[in-house]
Write a protein that binds this ligand. Structure first.
Ligand SMILES: C[S@@+](CC[C@H](N)C(=O)[O-])C[C@H]1O[C@@H](n2cnc3c(N)ncnc32)[C@H](O)[C@@H]1O
Length: 261
């Protein structure tokens, strides 16, 4: 692993605390991978910023993984790996054909600086994130844990602002399939019993940042509603839906595939 060459030790990330076991629950989903790989078509060198364990990296490119969390990078199977933050990428201008950032920009202390760094070091930028202003919300937030809404509004920036700061020319929606494999917060919208599992909850930084005194009573109510059939009666309409758009979006900026060859 390579350490950032200047600026001292990178800030310890939340994921140094919660990252252990991440790969068991956060398994890359093939449908989201296809969307991201399509956006990276033609890129021979890719920097994956906030790479974590390496989900969604393309196989046909030389990928450099960047993350400020040693716990996460230690679980990343690839090389080279660089311990650094998005806000200070230790690379030359235009060093990569493309930069990718998947479910990470909401963790960056300085979003604009980080997005500026993606634009500086790569010719194309591919960012997957979530819009906190999107409706509908997950039922878990509306009915059990409204505290999630407040937390997410402090972490996620409205999509229009992210798109503008990145200079995105394309915004693609991604509806979450009912059997989505990457266990982030919304993944289990049709499998409510999954939220009862503390291992599943721990792999989501949202749950991990809320105090147990808030999460546990809410989960106890969900358990009761599932056992009584109340949840199933309230959400009968969800049970035969294949996918729901909860506001996840892929943003693409910079050169497109035909320009990069
Ligand atoms: C939800 S994980 C996503 C990991 C991976 N991209 C994926 O899709 O599975 C968020 C990652 O962002 C990283 N992160 C936190 N702060 C960061 C920063 N300032 N710059 C870059 N990455 C950061 C965390 O360490 C963590 O690995």
């Amino acid at each position: 692993m390579t350490a950032a060459p200047s600026g001292g030790t990178p800030a310890t990330a939340t994921y140094d605390r919660i990252g252990i076991g991440y790969r068991r629950v956060r398994r890359p989903d093939a449908r989201l991978a296809a969307l991201i790989h399509q956006a990276l078509t033609g890129a021979r060198t890719v920097v994956n910023v906030g790479a974590g364990t390496g989900s969604y990296e393309p196989t046909g490119a030389r990928v450099t993984a960047v993350d400020p969390s040693r716990v996460m990078l230690d679980q990343h199977p690839g090389r080279p790996k660089v311990l650094a933050s998005a806000e200070a990428l230790p690379f030359e201008d235009g060093a990569f054909d493309a930069a990718m950032a998947v479910m990470t920009v909401h963790h960056w202390p300085d979003l604009h600086r980080g997005l500026g760094e993606l634009r500086r070091v790569a010719h194309r930028q591919v960012v997957f994130t979530w819009d906190p202003q999107h409706k509908p919300e997950l039922w878990l937030i509306e009915e059990y844990l409204p505290e999630v809404r407040e937390l997410e509004r402090t972490r996620f920036t409205p999509l229009a602002h992210v798109a503008e700061a990145l200079g995105a020319h394309t915004v693609l929606p991604f509806a979450i399939p009912h059997d989505f494999t990457d266990g982030f917060q919304t993944a289990f919208w049709r499998r409510p019993e999954q939220y009862l599992d503390p291992v599943v909850r721990q792999a989501s930084s949202t749950f991990a940042q809320l105090p147990p005194s808030v999460v546990e009573p809410a989960i106890a109510r969900l358990r009761t509603d599932l056992a009584s059939g109340a949840w199933q009666r309230r959400h009968a309409d969800l049970l035969d839906r294949e996918a729901v758009d909860f506001g996840y979006r892929l943003l693409i900026a910079g050169r497109d595939a035909s320009d990069t060859a």
